[in-house]
Design a protein around this ligand. Structure first.
Ligand code: C2E
Ligand code: CA
Ligand code: CA
Length: 418
């Protein structure tokens, strides 16, 4: 389903590292592992390719490789890794910048895989989205004298950007927060039944900023109330537009712990759905198990009122928190979302598969629909269908997309099915 593929070169003489990195990235990238720097330099490297380069190679050191890449004028996205200290990495990054290479960042070994994957996905999104909304957010300030914006510059800043509270508040006011939509597929009916709305910050200078860089700040500072209000408004406006197009899709949004300790949420939601003439059952509120644990009585009160008003409730990241089974029964959830750590481990670990199995059974016995998140390959998707899971979400179906791309995606999807 996900046809586009970006080449990822892994250049490391350590075969175990090559194998590990390959196993971790091969669902998303066309991986070419090279244990020799010279062999790598003979490859037909394109500008849209990503190169993960180890600084210490037996036949040529990393600095030589960097110089050679500059000589042959390669504009691929370059990430360097090394077992050396930070100082060596820093100097190599500086050197690559001076040579005009598209150096994105550096990693010291051992590499944190989830962090690496996050960065690789951002590069892929930026590289494969020619005229999309993403490119529209590239820096205008950096394109003086009609010089095209430098993607590496944008990515570097976006990855290392740590917003201040003032910047975050300003972004909410200026409406720089946008929703990306990730489809949810019914495994039995083979059709798209809804989306999860995931917030992104379209920064005027740094491009797309991901929620892991600002949700915690919003939660700690209390700004999450305004942020969630903005997300809800955007989601309900989108539901209204889809209504007008006769497109029947539920939207799931993420609700933080603080949102269910303040009594404003049910009234605010009800007012917005009424104003926009939207059916509240088309909105699903995702709450994590851990969010339930704070001020249990208040949150139970609020969640029950939300259900009475017709909204749907999903228990997110299920299996990672510590809610007791009796609480699960007390809160009127309509959906159970199995955490992606179990889903992505299902094929290799019998324990993960057993947990997924149990979650499906539990959800169904409690009259909930069960959705699996983080489905990254077709084999897992098939297995989930055979196990009786209702719905699925994950990269194998589609990554989260900006609205224009999502609407194109769903048109193509329906056309292929008919
Ligand atoms: P989450 O609720 O668990 O959302 C799913 C995350 O998994 C998303 O990351 C999504 O892009 C990613 N994902 C989707 N499919 C796959 C897959 O197949 N494999 C893997 N490995 N990952 C997949 P994203 O968009 O970066 O969001 C991260 C987290 O930020 C979310 O985790 C959620 O907790 C939080 N978040 C996002 N939007 C909002 C929001 O509007 N409000 C609040 N309070 N939190 C939000
Ligand atoms: Ca979620
Ligand atoms: Ca989740």
């Amino acid at each position: 389903m996900n046809a586009e593929s970006t080449n990822l070169y892994i250049v490391d003489d350590d075969i175990q590292i090559c194998d590990l990195l390959k196993a971790y990235t091969c669902d998303e990238f066309n991986v070419i592992a090279q244990q020799s720097a010279k062999a790598f330099l003979n490859c037909p490297i394109n500008d849209s390719d990503i190169v993960l380069l180890d600084l210490k190679m037996p036949d040529m050191d990393g600095v030589e490789v960097i110089r050679e890449l500059a000589n042959i004028n390669k504009k691929c996205s370059l990430l360097i890794m090394s077992g050396y200290d930070e100082g060596v990495l820093h100097s190599s990054v500086q050197l690559a910048k001076e040579y005009g290479l598209n150096i994105i960042t550096s990693f010291s070994k051992p590499i944190k895989f989830s962090y690496l994957m996050n960065i690789l996905m951002r590069i892929k999104v930026l590289n494969t989205s020619n005229n999309s909304d993403v490119i529209d957010t590239l820096p205008k300030v950096n394109s003086i004298n009609n010089v095209t914006p430098d993607k590496a510059y944008v990515l570097r800043n976006a990855i290392h950007f740590k917003p201040t509270l003032a910047e975050l508040i300003d972004a909410i006011k200026q409406q720089h927060l946008v929703l990306y939509y990730q489809p949810q597929l019914s495994l039995q009916q083979k059709k798209v039944i809804g989306v999860e709305a995931l917030v992104r910050w379209h920064h005027p200078e740094y491009g797309v900023i991901f929620p892991d860089q600002f949700i915690a700040l919003a939660e700690q500072s209390g700004v999450i109330e305004q942020l969630t209000a903005q997300v809800i408004t955007l989601a309900i406006e989108q539901l209204k537009l889809w209504n007008q197009q006769n497109l029947v899709l539920k939207i799931s949004i993420n609700i933080s712990a603080q949102n269910i300790t303040s009594f404003t949420l049910p009234d605010q939601l009800t007012r917005l759905v009424n104003e926009n003439k939207v059916d509240p059952s088309m909105l699903m509120l995702e709450i994590t198990e851990s969010a339930l644990m704070t001020e249990l009585t208040t949150s139970l009160n609020i969640l029950t009122r939300l259900r009475l008003k017709g909204f749907k409730l999903s228990i997110d990241d299920f299996g990672t928190g510590y809610s007791s089974l009796s609480q699960l029964h007390r809160v009127p959830f309509t959906e159970l979302k199995i955490d992606r750590t179990f889903v992505s481990g299902m094929l290799k670990s019998t324990e993960s598969k057993a947990i997924v199995d149990t979650c499906i059974l539990l959800g169904h016995n409690l009259k909930m629909e069960v959705i699996a998140e983080g489905v990254e390959d077709q084999e897992t998707l098939n297995l989930l269908q055979n196990m009786g899971c209702d719905n699925a979400q994950g990269y194998v179906i589609s990554k989260p997309l900006p609205i224009a791309q999502f609407e194109k995606w769903i048109n193509d999807f329906h056309r292929n099915i008919d």
